[in-house]
Design a protein around this ligand. Structure first.
Ligand SMILES: NC(=O)c1ccc[n+]([C@@H]2O[C@H](COP(=O)([O-])OP(=O)(O)OC[C@H]3O[C@@H](n4cnc5c(N)ncnc54)[C@H](O)[C@@H]3O)[C@@H](O)[C@H]2O)c1
Ligand SMILES: O=c1ccn([C@@H]2O[C@H](COP(=O)(O)OP(=O)(O)O[C@H]3O[C@H](CO)[C@@H](O)[C@H](O)[C@H]3O)[C@@H](O)[C@H]2O)c(=O)[nH]1
Length: 380
């Protein structure tokens, strides 16, 4: 099967490489010429365990190519939309410009029977809107929404062997054809027993928003418990261990700390807030807002605690922040709690050094005013 993957950032690059590993002929398309050049030369544009090796392997087979031109999508049976949906400047909503412009330029290269598959995380209602646009130009055009649940740091394993596939598809014959094409794309993991759910578009879009906001809720819940532990002398880690033995609760995502960051959870919960606000679902909005507020407060609380620990003034205190990325096994510094805490400490007069084995370049671009060290040798 020939597949195009449009947008080769984090999600798209991993998806393209994994689809080629599954035996498909894949063309990865991105408007960023440098990214295309790097990928074509077998250089992963970001750090992800196992990605460089797999990229090298599949490029050698000739099954994977990259291009900056949408025209190269022509001839593919399935086109995955993997472009970014960042937080819009000025409000919490998702910025849909990349999805909309990639979708419109793809329309010029569609052929009869092709399937467009949205993988980007989008506000509920997007797929219906795009399907409508598609059908006005191609009455028999097919669109599915197939959200992605991979975790950075475990992206290859999560893509080749996910917990589930969710296909948001239209009703009737079109939906059956879309599901059959997606089944052919994912034949290997499906044969290994990965469950697949067929839903309407809105459910598929909401599964993604609900999954990320539930994960965010678990983290904010345990961070709220950490506040109570602090004032009572209880131990939040042992509390989480004890809660986690209850299978209905589970131990995962109950690690208290500086709160969640990264390119997904913070922006996705906010985009979801914006959308449920537009839809008038006020109770959901109040709930999600609290999850976000608790998360933001963790960063301030960490700065406060640090000040208390060093004698109530940060002025001239030498502080090393271990890790710039938003989590281990990643060089992703998008909305990194560590960097925002480091910047606040510096603003309050501390002499801050940030160390990270992988993420310093990205961190320096976002926070040039901070001092960086590759490792701990230069810090004290
Ligand atoms: N990063 C993850 O772990 C992850 C996991 C699941 C879902 N998602 C979702 O996937 C989407 C992409 O996320 P990401 O982290 O890969 O973003 P990203 O910013 O790393 O990558 C987006 C890519 O799209 C490219 N692009 C933008 N407009 C384009 C166009 N018109 N044509 C071709 N390419 C274009 C950009 O150049 C960039 O390389 C988002 O909606 C995100 O929420 C991300
Ligand atoms: O108990 C925990 C678990 C995580 N985190 C933090 O939460 C953030 C997000 O972690 P994680 O979910 O592992 O990272 P992502 O790679 O951003 O993955 C999330 O976001 C992706 C993009 O939408 C989804 O596909 C994944 O399913 C979802 O887990 C990080 O800052 C972690 O440090 C905690 O603070 N406590």
């Amino acid at each position: 099967m020939r597949i195009s993957v449009i947008g080769c950032g984090y999600l798209g690059a991993v998806h393209a490489v994994c689809l080629a590993k599954l035996g498909h002929d894949v063309i990865g398309i991105d408007i960023d010429l440098r990214k295309v050049g790097d990928l074509q030369a077998a250089r992963a544009p970001f750090f992800e365990p196992g990605l460089s090796e797999l990229l090298d392997e599949v490029l050698m087979t000739g099954r994977l190519k990259f291009s900056p031109s949408m025209a190269d999508a022509k001839g593919s049976d399935v086109h995955f939309l993997c472009v970014g949906t960042p937080q819009r400047k000025g409000d919490y909503a998702a910025d849909m410009r990349h999805v909309d412009s990639a979708f419109v330029s793809l329309l010029d290269f569609l052929e009869p029977g092709n399937l467009i598959v949205g993988k980007s995380t989008v506000p509920v209602g997007t797929a219906v809107r795009l399907a409508d646009q598609l059908s006005r130009r191609y009455p028999d055009g097919l669109l599915a929404w197939n959200p992605e649940f991979l975790r950075e740091g475990l992206a290859i394993q999560d893509t080749l062997s996910p917990d589930r596939f969710v296909y948001g598809i239209p009703e009737g014959e079109d939906g059956t054809r879309a599901a059959q094409l997606l089944d052919a794309v994912y034949a290997t993991p499906l044969a290994a027993g990965v469950p697949r759910l067929c839903t309407n578009y809105a459910t598929a879009e909401l599964v993604k928003a609900a999954a990320n906001s539930f994960l965010a809720t678990k983290i904010s819940y345990i961070n709220a418990m950490a506040e109570v532990c602090e004032v009572t002398g209880a131990d939040v880690t042992l509390l989480a261990d004890a809660l986690g033995f209850d299978e209905r609760i589970g131990r995962k995502f109950l690690n208290a700390g500086v709160g969640f960051g990264g390119g997904c959870l913070p922006k996705d919960i906010r985009a979801f807030m914006a959308r449920v606000g537009e839809l008038g679902a006020d109770q959901a909005l109040t709930f999600l807002r609290e999850v976000d507020d608790i998360n933001v407060r963790r960063r301030f609380r960490t700065v406060e605690l640090t000040r208390t620990l060093v004698g109530n003034s940060l002025l001239g205190k030498r502080i090393t922040v271990l890790g710039a990325a938003f989590k281990p096994d990643s060089d992703d510094v998008r909305d990194s709690p560590a960097l925002s805490i480091a910047a606040q400490l510096q603003l309050q007069g501390a002499e801050v050094t940030v160390t990270d084995p992988e993420a310093i370049d990205g961190a320096r671009r976002r926070f040039p005013e901070l001092v960086y060290e590759e490792d701990l040798t230069g810090s004290s």
